[in-house]
Ligand binder design. Structure first.
Ligand code: ZN
Length: 64
């Protein structure tokens, strides 16, 4: 999933490649750099990219 951000770590095209309880792993598609960031690293309060990356999209069908 692509992350649209103006405040990104790399200020490039960042893709979230993985996530766990406390971090997201992101990769820059331009320079190939890969690193872990906090769930709210993209100023979304940790409620947009991280849950999506964790596969917790809403409306998926009541899996808790
Ligand atoms: Zn980069």
């Amino acid at each position: 999933m692509l992350v649209n951000l103006e405040d990104g770590v790399c200020r490039s095209q960042i893709v979230v490649t993985d996530a766990d309880d406390a971090t997201m792993t992101v990769e820059c598609t331009l320079c190939g750099d890969s690193y872990s960031v906090e769930p709210d690293a993209f100023n979304d309060g940790g409620v947009v990219y991280w849950p999506a990356a964790m596969g917790h999209n809403r409306g998926g069908g009541g899996d808790e």
